[in-house]
Ligand binder design. Structure first.
Ligand code: HEM
Length: 211
C-alpha cells in the first residue's frame, strides 16, 4: 500500500514538475535550508537588537532603590555616601538632617556641579551661597539673618524634594570629668544599689521607691 502510494507520488512529481523525484526533493531541501539560513540571519539579529535595546532602556530607567533609613550617623560616616560608590545612596545633610539625594545624581554625583556638597553637611556653604572649602561645614555660628533665612529656604526645599534618612550624631566633646560621671558612675551605681538593698523595707526602701 505504502509502496504504491510512493510510486504514484514519484510519477506525479515527474509529470507535474518535469523533474526526477531525487532532483525534486533536493530542490525542496535546498529551498528549506536557504529559508532557515536567511530567517536565522535576519530574525535572530533583529531580536537580538531588540533585546539589547530593551536592556539598554532598562539600564537607563532603572528605578532607584527606596531610601534606606540610617538613623544617627556621624559626619565621618556620612562622607562614605558621596556618590563615589554607585551602589550606595547619595546623601547630603542640612542642619544635621540627612537627605537621600540619589535622584539628583546629576547635581551631586561625581563630576556634578554640586558634588562638593555630597556626603557632607554643608549648611554654612548653602547659607552663604559659597563654594569655599572653608564653608563646607555644618557650623553655622556667626551667620547673619539673611544667611540663616537662605539656609531655611534650602532646608524647606530639601524637606519637600527629598526623603530624610537620618540625622548627624552630635559629637559631644569628651572631658575627663564628664566621661566618668556620665558613663561609668551610674552604670556602677545602679547594680551596687540593687545589691545592697537589704534594708529596703526600712528607710532606704522608701527612698528607692521614690526614685
Ligand atoms: C551662577 C550661579 C548659579 C547658577 C546659575 C545656578 C543654577 C542652578 C540651577 C539651574 C539649578 C537647578 C535647579 C533645579 O532644576 O531645581 C541649581 C540647583 C542648585 N544650586 Fe545652583 N546655581 C548657582 C549657584 C549656586 C550656589 C552659589 C549654590 C550654593 C553654594 C548653589 C546650590 C545649588 C543647589 C544645592 C542646587 C540643587 C538643589 C536640588 O537638589 O534640587 N547654586 N542651581
Amino acid at each position: 500500500m505504502a509502496i504504491e502510494l510512493w510510486e504514484t507520488l514519484k510519477e506525479s512529481i515527474t509529470v507535474y514538475t518535469g523533474l526526477s523525484p531525487a532532483t525534486f526533493f533536493t530542490v525542496i531541501a535546498l529551498g528549506l535550508a536557504l529559508y532557515y539560513v536567511v530567517s536565522e540571519l535576519f530574525g535572530s539579529s533583529s531580536s537580538e537588537a531588540q533585546y539589547k535595546r530593551s536592556r539598554d532602556a532598562e539600564e537607563e530607567v532603572q528605578p532607584l532603590p527606596p531610601p534606606v533609613q540610617l538613623g544617627e550617623i556621624t559626619e565621618e560616616e556620612l562622607r562614605g555616601y558621596d556618590g563615589a560608590d554607585p551602589n550606595k545612596p547619595l546623601l547630603m545633610a542640612i542642619k544635621g538632617q540627612i537627605y537621600d539625594v540619589s535622584q539628583s545624581r546629576m547635581f551631586y554625583g561625581p563630576g556634578g556641579p554640586y558634588a562638593l556638597f555630597a556626603g557632607k553637611d554643608a549648611s554654612r556653604a548653602l547659607a552663604k551661597m559659597s563654594f569655599e572649602d572653608s564653608d563646607l561645614t555644618s557650623d553655622i555660628s556667626g551667620l547673619g539673618v539673611f544667611e540663616l533665612d537662605a539656609l531655611q529656604d534650602w532646608e524647606y526645599k530639601f524637606m519637600s524634594k527629598y526623603v530624610k534618612v537620618g540625622t548627624i550624631k552630635k559629637t559631644v566633646p569628651v572631658t575627663d570629668g564628664e566621661t566618668t560621671e556620665g558613663d561609668a558612675k551610674p552604670a556602677e551605681a545602679a547594680p551596687s544599689e540593687s545589691v545592697v538593698p537589704e534594708p529596703k523595707e526600712t528607710t532606704t526602701g522608701g527612698e528607692a521607691d521614690k526614685e
